[in-house]
Ligand binder design. Structure first.
Ligand SMILES: Nc1ncnc2c1ncn2[C@@H]1O[C@H](COP(=O)(O)OP(=O)(O)O)[C@@H](O)[C@H]1O
Ligand SMILES: [Mg+2]
Length: 238
């Protein structure tokens, strides 16, 4: 393995603050996440995990401080440049955000269409990714007809299908049973192995031990500590 110093940061925060009205949600965050790093954002409910992810893909702008993604400062990107920026990201939202009027298949195909993939190749790719989350039999189903866990799996498939540079996952195993949670972890791990930078907000300790990586501990909007966790080899999963 090469040292971390060889890899450039793909995410860089410098003295970032964010507030909702008078409520200070994030305070003075400065850190870097390197290219092809696997990073976990941990902290209790209300710590600011979702807010931090929103700032990274520019759904919200920080009240103060600077964020750079892949070498570009977000403040330098005009509103019209946001779609191009967002194409770098695959995002798994805490509340999934699937498009309600579209089938599972269409929800995922749209990502590939927007990225300009050749139409003829899209169906195969969509079905392949649905198979990895055991949702291919629901290709024609509408999101409202799915359970929370099933929507979660579709959201994960959608986030990884376009092979984005950066994957942001907001509590991606929050609503899942053990088997589905493992399928999701495996998919995120596969994206990481392919070279993506993967940032996961979670308090699922089993998840972190299974994957290994760096933990950023958030508490009441402040970065409390960094921790490195070695991948724990799970001999029960054969
Ligand atoms: N849209 C909002 N308006 C007002 N307060 C918010 C909003 N979103 C989040 N907050 C508050 O900011 C804090 C951090 O929220 P959030 O980032 O969702 O935390 P987490 O994802 O770690 O649970 C919480 O106290 C929450 O109530
Ligand atoms: Mg949250």
């Amino acid at each position: 393995m090469t040292g971390d110093e060889d890899r450039p940061p793909i995410i860089r925060l410098s003295h970032v603050h964010h507030a909702y009205g008078r409520y200070q949600a994030l305070t003075d965050l400065s850190f870097e996440i390197l290219k092809n790093e696997l990073a976990f954002i941990c902290g209790p409910s209300g710590a600011g995990k979702t807010t931090l992810l929103k700032l990274l893909y520019a759904e919200a702008r920080p009240a103060r401080g600077e964020i750079a993604i892949d070498g570009t400062r977000l403040e330098d990107i005009p509103r019209t440049g946001l779609p191009l920026l967002r194409r770098k990201f695959g995002v798994i939202f805490q509340d999934y955000k699937l498009i309600p009027g579209r089938s599972v298949f269409e929800n995922i195909a749209l990502v590939l269409e927007a990225a300009g993939h050749r139409r003829a190749l899209i169906p195969k790719r969509v079905l392949n990714v649905l198979r990895t989350v055991a949702m291919d039999h629901h290709a024609g189903t509408l999101p409202v007809q799915l359970s929370g866990g099933e929507q979660q799996r579709v959201a994960v498939a959608r986030a990884v299908v376009g092979d984005p540079k950066i994957i942001l996952a907001d509590e991606p195993t929050g609503n899942l049973d053990e088997a589905s949670a493992r399928a999701v972890m495996d998919l995120l791990q596969a994206a990481y192995i392919r070279g993506a930078t993967v940032v996961i907000a979670t308090h699922d300790k089993a998840f972190i031990r299974r994957m290994g990586g760096r933990i950023l501990h958030l508490k009441q909007g402040r970065l409390e500590a960094f921790e490195r966790v070695e991948k724990h080899h799970d001999h029960t999963a054969l």
